[in-house]
Design a protein around this ligand. Sequence first.
Ligand SMILES: Cc1cc2nc3c(=O)[nH]c(=O)nc-3n(C[C@H](O)[C@H](O)[C@H](O)COP(=O)(O)OP(=O)(O)OC[C@H]3O[C@@H](n4cnc5c(N)ncnc54)[C@H](O)[C@@H]3O)c2cc1C
Length: 410
Amino acid sequence: MTASQTTVDFDIAIVGGAMAGATLALGLAKLAQELKRPLKVALIEASRPGGQHPGFDARSIAIAQGSIFELTRLGIWPKLAHLGTPIGNIHVSDRGHFGMTTLNASDFHLPYLGQVVELERVGAALFELLEKQQISLYCPAKLVSIRANIDANYLLLDDGRELSAKLVVAADGLNSVVRRDFALPLEQVDFEQVAVVANIGIDKPHGQWAYERFTDSGPLALLPMTNVDGQARMSLVWALSPAMAQQMLTCSKSTFLASLQQAFGYRAGQFIEVGERHAYPLKLSSMPRPIYQRTLFIGNAAQTLHPIAGQGFNLGLRDLVCVIDAVRGALLAGDDLGGAKLTHHYLAQRSQDRASTINNVEFLVRGFSNQHWPLVAGRNIGLRLLSWCPPLKTPIARQAMGWKSPITSA
Ligand SMILES: Cc1cc2nc3c(=O)[nH]c(=O)nc-3n(C[C@H](O)[C@H](O)[C@H](O)COP(=O)(O)OP(=O)(O)OC[C@H]3O[C@@H](n4cnc5c(N)ncnc54)[C@H](O)[C@@H]3O)c2cc1C
């Protein structure tokens, strides 16, 4: 099929403009400036930031130190830095058992281990940056169907417009229309858990500590946030059974705060306020092959992880950095942007990092949700060993910080 009169042609079309898609669009705009090459990029996103946005919602996420480094290289972090709260220390513990360990930025001669950002505010900032770039922003606009062809792929939007692109990057999340239309398989593991997410007010400064606590009811993470009206705040992700989550979503504020305090203890102080509570069903979803003809999948469209390890966007960022590197290579070599060389290069480059991150997160969730005594003993001895023997922390710190190259502890 050939392009109709009204089809607008692009080099690259990105479907989905949340964390992964918007960051990629900005990265490609910077690449075109660096190489002084024209690159026609379209970004198609169903919703503008603000309101009920599926990607830029009430969540806060931890961006690892290695990811901040990449975002800085892309020229994006300097524009977002004012929105971040640094994580200076991480405390990991197993409720009711002796195991605990800490990671401290100073042990690794780093200013911080990561930064916490509120997605709603980041979304608004990213869109402001996008509007200043040479990017064709189709928003609000929904991709309704896509078809692959030899020279380009064709994308039909809900307002009837049609685009063609030599390369399509699907960043359209877990329910990707691109994946659906190409009938590509998705592997799923249901953890039978629901994440309850809320901002928590505490009665003392958080001192840039982040906490990860494994409890009988499920893993719980608290991330440091900015103060509001002098009130210290932390962002909570609490993975619970669906029934328990339902209770925690509907109970009174005081019952919620008392239950959280009982599960977590007083290490972070007293929990005195809770904001709006939101629920996210937890599944691990991943595409065995996140490529198709002239198409690459990144971020949540390629894999959606359990949030407890804070790896989802960090992994998605590594996907999109790989796309930018592959596009740079193709432009410099004069190759077809959506050719099999580029798509297979992406597949090969991403397979090991994706597989190991997915396996580590699954191991962590299953290992720490299990009350079988040999596992409980094993993980507690492991946590103790980590706190007695700092060099053992390095692989864990590397994962937490999103580093791929070796670093050494003091
Ligand atoms: C509770 C929770 C806590 C988390 N904490 C962390 C953390 O600490 N650290 C971390 O790294 N990660 C964390 N994550 C994961 C992280 O939030 C996600 O990995 C990241 O936000 C995914 O971004 P994305 O752009 O890939 O996908 P999504 O956010 O799913 O965005 C997909 C976008 O595509 C758009 N779209 C979908 N279909 C269409 C269509 N047909 N046409 C046009 N647009 C379309 C949607 O509107 C949406 O904007 C957490 C996740 C959860 C749920």
